[in-house]
Design a protein around this ligand. Sequence first.
Ligand SMILES: [Zn+2]
Length: 75
Amino acid sequence: MYNWRPYAPRAARLRIHATSCCGEYELAAEGGEYFVLRWTGGSDKQEETGRGVYAHALEAWSALASQHRCSRRAS
Ligand SMILES: [Zn+2]
């Protein structure tokens, strides 16, 4: 559904606009482009998807954040 690829910085400044409940997904902005970042298991590398205008990235981030299995849920 989402095309993930290794995060490759394209601008000097990365800004995080929102983070999902347990930090798995982040809504990020860089040089006027918006995208979703996710942490890949077992390393400090990140992947990105949905790069584009704010509304597009926000939609992807909202869908991912609402669908994921929360690793910090207590019960
Ligand atoms: Zn969560």
